[in-house]
Design a protein around this ligand. Structure first.
Ligand code: ZN
Length: 389
């Protein structure tokens, strides 16, 4: 038995207006200072006010939210007793909101005790709305979330299928002025979700089409959204849709090795999530297709109109197309280009590999690397050379 899970999704222009139609008394909005400064909180509050829903705001989420932050957020939520929790922001805010929601419902739990086992018993007190303000993480459609254990320099993947949002608002209003750098970083995340969702061990009939469509949208619209930004609302809307579609895809299958390595890298070096996973993606494709199992990279390549007469040619042309796209949006294509020195790389390589082995995404790769192989992939990624061993 298998499941396909999805929130109710309002998308397109004026999707935010849907908040004026929901039933409730009080909403607790979880966000960060930057989003609050952009005036987005007021836009959300205005629609909730039309539904006679009072609001309280917790704007204390930092990038890569810590367990301390979500504990503080949950205390604030308990003091206000909302019947809606709203996660407004990028992946960090939505992830923090999920955790705060769980701790609000289940004060007996510690933040790192949320595992996908048994019943969690959510929705006794509140339901959950996710409103992404970047086009990439897909966290508005998925249940796993990341918290940072600041004492151990480690990101912990947590979550339970019950914590999938009830409603996702995919309104291009929130991304019309997204800066180019964040557009590129998060766009590469969406791309990686689509490729890995299509090729992980848990890929399935329900998610394949979503992953392929998302990929096509990213290849067509990410360069436009990056280069033209505000003056290209169509590209913005398509990228916003692509990120959520890729989220539904990989959220109902799974990510793979590029996410395992990307998470590991992000915990050791200040490389944003999307940039990290997007950087590793072509190297993991080159590594994976050399395994014995069919990898389906050629299917993706054919769908995108790339040369793919054989599995090898398809994988190579897909990896190449991803590197070209990354260069077009001025993303680093090697760890060296990402600003990591050889000395720091060598010093942290054992930790990088060990973090990657502790990541659930790594386990679901079609080809599971040995420790030595994972090190080799990282060395190729450092130098920016195609994986060939
Ligand atoms: Zn991701």
């Amino acid at each position: 038995m298998w499941f396909f899970r999805s929130p109710e999704i309002a998308f397109g222009e004026d999707a935010l207006d849907y908040l004026s139609e929901i039933q409730g008394h009080k909403a607790f909005i979880v966000t960060d200072e930057n989003i609050a400064a952009l005036g987005f909180v007021e836009k959300v509050q205005a629609q909730l006010a039309r539904a006679s829903i009072e609001t309280a705001v917790f704007a204390g989420v930092e990038p890569n939210p810590s367990m301390q932050t979500v504990r503080r957020g949950a205390e604030a939520a308990r003091a206000c007793a909302p019947d809606w929790i709203v996660g407004l922001g990028g992946g960090s805010s939505i992830d923090a909101a999920k955790s705060i929601w769980i701790l609000y419902e289940r004060p007996d739990l510690e933040p790192d005790e949320v595992a996908p086992l048994g019943d969690l018993g959510l929705r006794q007190k509140a339901r959950f709305i996710a409103i992404p303000t970047t086009s990439g993480t897909g966290s508005e459609t998925t249940w796993p979330f990341l918290l940072t254990d600041t004492s151990e320099h480690r990101k912990i993947s947590l979550g339970h299928p019950e914590d999938i949002p009830d409603i996702a608002i995919i309104d291009p209003l929130f991304v019309s002025e997204l800066p180019p750098q964040i557009t590129a970083d998060t766009g590469m995340d969406a791309l990686t979700h689509a490729v890995e969702g299509y090729t992980s061990q848990w890929r399935n009939d329900f998610t394949d089409g979503l992953c392929l469509k998302a990929l096509q949208l990213v290849f067509d619209y990410l360069p436009r959204a990056y280069e033209s930004g505000r003056s290209d609302p169509e590209a913005r809307e398509k990228m916003h849709n692509a990120a959520t579609i890729a989220g539904l895809g990989f959220g109902n299958s799974m990510a793979a090795l590029a996410h395992g390595l990307g998470h590991a890298l992000g915990a050791l070096f200040p490389v944003p999530h999307g940039r990290a996973v997007g950087l590793f993606l072509p190297y993991t494709i080159e590594f994976t297709f050399r395994g014995d199992m069919p990898t389906r990279y050629a299917e993706i390549a054919r769908f995108l109109g790339l040369p793919a007469a054989s599995e090898a040619e398809g994988a190579a042309s897909l990896a190449q197309a991803i590197r070209s796209l990354a260069r077009r949006v001025e993303q680093p294509t090697s760890l060296r280009e990402a600003g990591i020195s050889l000395q720091d790389f060598e010093a942290r390589l054992p930790q990088l590999v060990s973090n990657a082995f502790n990541d659930s995404s790594t386990v679901l790769s079609m080809r599971f690397p040995s420790e030595e192989e994972a090190e080799k992939v990282c060395r190729y990624a450092f130098e920016g050379k195609s994986v060939n061993f």
